[in-house]
Design a binder for this molecule. Structure first.
Ligand code: AMP
Ligand code: MG
Length: 358
């Protein structure tokens, strides 16, 4: 059986110079589903890149300075993938799901613990225990189907992040029938761990493009900020770009994975309150902050919330900025991005609404 990891299916990949173009093999159209780091104005003298296929996506790591650390980075990605995959039968998460719990290593424990805090913070819009429902819709197997209302109601009885516990000796316990999936947060966490590794090894300038998650380490070697493109979720190309230094930029979009049945489109992000794929006024959410894990968790959960609730959530927070693109093609940015956000492509003439703290 073809090995699948997290929730993204790939048919083909095309690697371009400064960004990674990924063609989705699911029912959706081939798209470039993530922001890309732009390094065109940087001298290529000390630039070293590797492309790694992991976590069901293409990862492109570019460091400036010594390239010694790249093999260590690749090893770190492999070891995280091995522990965190929901479908790899030898992973820690797979064992926990099969056995209703079990002992896990420190990485898995940390990620579960931090994710549970974010499930709580988002009022359950993020729920790492939504996996039985995600699987029923076929989003991990590729065998897409619309489950019956009764089936969804039954599966929802297994969804409750409050019933996931971790003891001091790293033992995870699940309630009977529960299964967890870290697909909404694992790439963000991986970006954080890679950034830490690179910093420890003396790298001050790097871009880590983990398929939808960009981690910009430091500034460009010339001291200027990185320019990160935000994918157009409704058509081709990019919708805009922002400039960042030492930030994660993580995008969740309904276009990343979906299928259509009887004229209805079903997207891969599930509202844990209903068990149905999110179908609201948002086409994509990009979250910009210091921590990849937090940005990854929030991009998924703000997408679930819809624009109004997501704006309220941002107003009650102080650790991130966001770009919201609606299904009607409007762009909303939070005030921290006002100086650097530039609409591009189809959005060049678009009005950009700036959301401010009251
Ligand atoms: P992301 O691409 O980071 O937005 O994560 C989406 C993936 O997380 C989906 O493909 C599912 O595997 C899983 N997922 C879907 N809905 C949720 C949710 N509400 N909370 C947590 N994980 C989810
Ligand atoms: Mg996410």
């Amino acid at each position: 059986m073809q090995r699948r990891f997290f929730s993204l299916l790939l048919a083909a990949t095309v690697v371009a110079a400064a960004s990674v173009l990924l063609l989705s093999g699911c029912a959706g159209h081939p798209r470039s589903p993530f922001a890309s780091a732009d390094s065109e104005s940087v001298s290529s003298a000390d630039k070293h890149s590797i492309t790694v296929f992991a976590m069901d996506t293409v990862m492109e790591l570019t460091v400036y300075g010594s390239d010694d650390v790249l093999s260590k980075a690749e090893d770190l990605i492999s070891s995280l993938e091995k522990n965190l995959s929901v479908t790899d039968e030898s992973s820690e998460i797979y064992a926990v799901n099969q056995n209703g719990g079990g002992r896990v290593g420190d990485d898995t424990r940390d990620l579960i613990a931090q994710s549970l805090t974010l499930c709580e913070r988002t009022g359950g819009a993020l729920d790492i225990s939504v996996y039985p429902v995600v699987r029923a819709w076929g989003f991990t197997t590729g065998e897409y189907r619309v489950p019956s209302g009764d089936e969804i109601t039954e599966l929802l009885t297994f969804v409750d992040y409050n019933a996931v516990t971790i003891s001091a000796d790293n033992t995870v316990s699940l309630k009977r029938g529960m299964k967890i999936d870290l697909g909404s947060v694992a790439k963000g966490y991986t970006g954080d761990r890679l950034a830490e590794l690179l910093t420890e090894n003396g790298v001050a300038s790097a871009t880590l493009n983990l398929g939808g998650n960009v981690h910009a380490l430091g500034a460009k070697p010339d001291g200027s900020p990185w320019k990160i493109a935000i994918t157009n979720p409704l058509g081709a190309g990019t919708a805009g770009a922002i400039q960042v230094t030492d930030k994660a930029v993580v995008t969740s979009g309904g276009y990343e994975r979906f299928f259509e049945e009887n004229g209805t489109t079903y997207r891969h992000i599930i509202d844990p309150a209903t068990g149905y794929p999110v179908d609201n006024d948002l086409a994509s959410v990009s979250v910009i902050g210091d921590t990849g894990l937090v940005c990854d968790a929030l991009s998924t959960s703000l997408f679930v919330m819809g624009l109004d609730h997501a704006i309220d959530f941002w107003k009650g927070s102080s650790d991130f900025d966001a770009v919201f693109i609606t299904t009607a093609g409007q762009i909303y940015i939070t005030e921290g991005l006002e100086e650097t956000f530039v609409p591009l492509g189809d959005y060049k003439e678009a009005d950009v609404t700036v959301i401010r703290h009251d």
